[in-house]
Design a protein around this ligand. Structure first.
Ligand SMILES: [Zn+2]
Length: 159
């Protein structure tokens, strides 16, 4: 269950995704939050330079490995505009981060891309728990997911 106070982090994720889109990157944004509700780090997609591993969830996993103890990582939550891809889900689990809350699911994104005739990505869009079965995952969030869909539609230039 996504609580009201948590919605503000998800709104921030959508804001970061919008920022990414406006900068020519894929519209994805993520926020890492500590157990007391403190925002520890945030990032957005940065693949426009050609490195397609520059996903925000991957950056946050590596940031947490560098800056947080294992206990702090386990107590932290990653909020994100779109469910982690398998690469990011693996990184999240390898560094021992806690819960994931996403606005829209990989299944939704797959559906949207198919609807718009966008070719499938090179990595299969598995749900987080197929990759990292021990991670607590929540989402999608219906109202906000429509905003994420709109950002994706704009990115792919679809009417
Ligand atoms: Zn990813």
């Amino acid at each position: 269950m996504v609580s009201d106070p948590e919605l503000k982090y998800l709104h921030r994720c959508v804001e970061l995704a919008t920022e990414a889109l406006e900068d020519g990157d894929e519209p994805f944004g993520s926020v890492l939050v500590g157990p007391e509700g403190t925002v520890l780090a945030e990032d957005r997609n940065r693949v426009a330079g050609g490195d397609h591993t520059r996903h925000p969830e991957f950056e946050l996993a590596r940031w947490s490995a560098a800056h947080l103890s294992p206990a702090e990582r386990a107590a932290a939550t990653v909020y994100t505009s779109g469910e982690h891809c398998p690469m990011c889900a693996a990184a999240h689990a390898w560094v021992g981060l806690g819960r994931i809350v996403y606005v829209s699911s990989s299944a939704q994104l797959t559906e949207w891309l198919a609807e718009w005739g966008v070719p499938a990505p090179p990595v299969r869009p598995l749900p987080v728990n197929e990759v990292a079965p021990g991670v607590v995952v929540e989402g999608p969030v219906p109202g906000l997911a429509a905003q994420v869909r709109e950002l994706q539609r704009r990115f792919h230039g679809r009417a």
